[in-house]
Design a binder for this molecule. Sequence first.
Ligand code: FES
Length: 294
Amino acid sequence: MAEHYGIQTAAGHLTVAAESKEPYAADVLAALHEDAAQVVAKYPQKRSALLPLLHLVQSVDGYVTGRGIDFCADVLDLTTAEVSGVATFYTQYKRHPNGEYTVGICTNTLCAIMGGDQIWDEVSEHLGIGHDETTPDGKVTLERVECNAACDFAPVVMANWEFFDNQTPESTKQLVDDLRAGKDVRPSRGPAKVCTFKQVSRVLAGFHDGLADEGVGAGPASLEGLRLAHERGWTAPDGTAGETATDDQQPEATSDETAAGRHTSTDSGANAPDEAVDDKPATLFDEKNGKADS
Ligand code: FES
């Protein structure tokens, strides 16, 4: 059954659609070899080109097909087992047909408590699909994501790795509806529109689309610390002033910290095992180390 392709069984077996092993058409294969040669040329050892080549396969097939595995193994002098081992390790590589748009809803801690769990529940129900499943029209693959790396805009949703900041269930349902309707969708930052999974895969293979510098990179929340630093005249410490912090650079322990057994760097007990510190008054600790607390 097609819906089970690419899904690993409890025993660790992976099934791949039979058609994914159909040979490439001659012109497609020739173009793949031409592109692969450019990718391989960037690396001192050709096996290092495996990650971009798997993206290249996805840019043609929409996922890592059986024939794509064979192609990578052939070009890089690897075994198909070695290529499969990599392709099944990283979540950006899909072992079954993927939607035109991967929509990843962050349900990691920060986003979850800011509404990510609610977004997931409502969007999953709205589309009628769960994690790593694709809408029947082949447009949207839904993923639960453990951090989209944009926590300062939680809750965050991505579409083909473009950010949609400060989302709500309604805004995300609108997003997936627009993607399914074929409308151009503008991310919160970055390029003017979300590209397709195949287009993005080609960029990840190393073939630039010219959009990398388009649009805003860092939003206001990411720059808030910098704004405050400028406003207050804060600068970073001089990292060349000395490798070892001197005593007067160490923060003073508060009386509460001292009572809890935490010591300043002048105390040789600072590197003692944790059990010597935990729950013991400073005097006991110091007696053990033969040193008075200063
Ligand atoms: S926790 Fe959601 S983007 Fe990091």
